[in-house]
Design a protein around this ligand. Structure first.
Ligand SMILES: [Zn+2]
Length: 203
């Protein structure tokens, strides 16, 4: 239960991380974070003592951390008291991440394959100066790969189904949000995607 995941917001209410409930309770106890709790669409924040009191009267049947003297509700979202950045990280350029970006879909014929039946294709071949970068690599099936050979798409008379882009990292890139988003995270995740997508030029 202490390994339950908690969404971490920075001081500006942007999602920046996911931590365990154990870590969240420590942050709360040390005064580095407060709990964000939603009730009927209102978001309220609680520091440690206030959250303990709130837990006493609202803990019916919900997940609590019990100690000898009291119980405390496990937070789902915490707000950091001091940190106001969004960490800037990159998604690593790897074969698996390119497959992931292209959703296991051959970028020439548009069909989906098992990863074992896919290749990486340098759009502009390396021999003529093509780079190993997000924008020059796509996933392709064996058939399209063989057909294209060591040529540019134009030379081979082939077309990309979409222009490859470098994916943007978000604090939640590593998580499968569709399967395990807490309802209470949703608002902040949407907000954070927005911020990361459009706001990171300001740095
Ligand atoms: Zn193909």
């Amino acid at each position: 239960m202490l390994n339950e995941r908690v969404l971490v917001l920075n001081r500006l209410w942007q999602a920046v991380n996911i931590c365990t409930a154990r870590r969240a309770v420590v942050l709360l106890y040390c005064g580095h974070a407060s709990v964000v709790d939603e009730k009927d669409g209102d978001y309220r924040t609680f520091e440690y003592n206030a959250w303990r009191e709130y837990s006493m009267s609202n803990a019916n049947g919900q997940e609590c951390l019990h100690s000898l003297r009291f119980k405390i509700l496990l937070p789902k979202v915490v707000l950091l008291a001091h940190y106001d950045k969004v960490p800037i990280k990159e998604i690593k350029l790897t074969r698996q991440n390119i497959y992931q970006r292209d959703r296991n879909t051959c970028q020439y014929c548009g069909k989906t394959f098992d990863r074992k039946d896919l290749n990486l294709d340098h759009i502009i071949p390396r021999d003529i100066g093509g780079t190993t970068t997000w924008t020059n690599l796509v996933c392709s099936c064996c058939e399209c790969n063989a057909r294209k050979g060591n040529r540019t798409p134009k030379q081979a008379g082939m077309h990309l189904v979409q222009k490859p882009k470098k994916p943007r990292w978000t604090p939640l890139s590593a998580y499968n949000l569709e399967s395990d988003t807490h309802h209470s995270w949703k608002k902040f995740i949407d907000v954070s995607h927005w911020n990361v997508d459009f706001g990171d030029e300001e740095e």
